[in-house]
Design a protein around this ligand. Structure first.
Ligand code: FE2
Ligand code: FE2
Length: 294
């Protein structure tokens, strides 16, 4: 957090700033548009990275409504007006995220990949089951497991060294989403601490959450690689894929892994993560291009 925001919360441009906590959580209504004939290789020359992004995008219309259901349940146990406002804003942002990702997902589905439907059905059943059968503590720890991972991923993605050539609409969708994930990075953590608490439980259930989400994304990636061998061939075949993974590894090790590992520390709190000036600029940009903000 910048010292200016810490010391003088009144100086922020939005009336929803929170004293000594974080910058405003702005709900932006966006209008992303994706072509009906979109090439699923949205990262030029990198099908496997493209499919990973598609896997994440396909996950969100199941995961984010589940987060919203979880927050609605937690809300009954919260009296703190600031935390209640945060929770409402968190849910409103998540509600916008998955709706925009559905547009991207719809355009991907037009390109075939029939077996995605089965993978999605299983995922939908998992999340329904979590809401119905698991404790609020589990569901909140799952939420924080996701949020801790997206916070680390967002920070990594905004500072990664390798430039990627991503289809502009897709790049904007993910940038907007990751930026808002950073805006609301403290909320799931605070709600978990307020309603249940418990470090070990948060870590164990959070790790399960991260495994659960990653395995869905890995299944999507694997299936899409197999379903379109031509795309892989055009990008250097298996050898090309291995080489891209090898080249990506040092950046991941240096810039992503330490951020993720820190989230498992007993001293971790997302309140310590700064929202730098560049992020503030990006937030202003997306507010300007949004259909509406509140
Ligand atoms: Fe989100
Ligand atoms: Fe989030």
């Amino acid at each position: 957090m910048s010292p200016r925001l810490m010391e003088d919360p009144e100086s922020t441009q939005d009336s929803h700033s929170h004293v000594g906590s974080h910058q405003p959580i702005v709900i932006r209504q966006m209008d992303f548009d994706f072509p009906d004939d979109i090439d699923p290789v949205v990262v030029a020359g990198n099908p496997e990275e493209s499919y990973l992004m598609i896997g994440l995008s396909l996950l969100l219309p199941y995961l984010e409504p589940y987060l919203i259901r979880t927050m609605k349940e937690a809300k009954k146990q919260i009296r703190d007006p600031k935390l209640l406002d945060d929770l409402e804003r968190f849910s409103a942002q998540e509600g916008q995220h998955y709706r925009q990702h559905m547009r991207f997902n719809d355009s991907i589905r037009l390109q075939g990949f029939e077996k995605l439907e089965g993978l999605e059905k299983k995922l939908a059943a998992d999340y329904k089951g979590f809401t119905k059968n698991r404790s609020l503590q589990f569901n909140l720890a799952y939420a924080e497991g996701f949020e801790a991972l997206t916070t680390a991923s967002a920070r990594f993605s905004f500072e990664r060294e390798a430039e990627q050539d991503i289809l502009p609409a897709v790049s904007d969708l993910f940038q907007w989403h990751l930026l808002e994930e950073l805006e609301h990075r403290t909320v799931a953590f605070d709600v978990y601490e307020h309603v249940c608490g418990g470090y070990f439980y948060r870590i164990v259930a959070g790790l399960y959450a991260q495994w659960h989400m990653s395995s869905f994304i890995a299944r999507v990636t694997k299936y899409m690689i197999e379903a379109d061998p031509d795309a892989i061939e055009r990008c250097g075949g298996q050898e090309g894929m291995r080489e891209r993974r090898r080249l990506a590894r040092p950046d991941l090790r240096k810039n992503f892994l330490p951020k993720l590992l820190k989230t498992y520390s007993p001293r971790y709190t997302p309140h310590d993560i700064p929202f730098e000036a560049e992020l503030q600029e990006m937030a202003t940009h997306f507010s300007e291009v949004a259909r509406s903000t509140r």
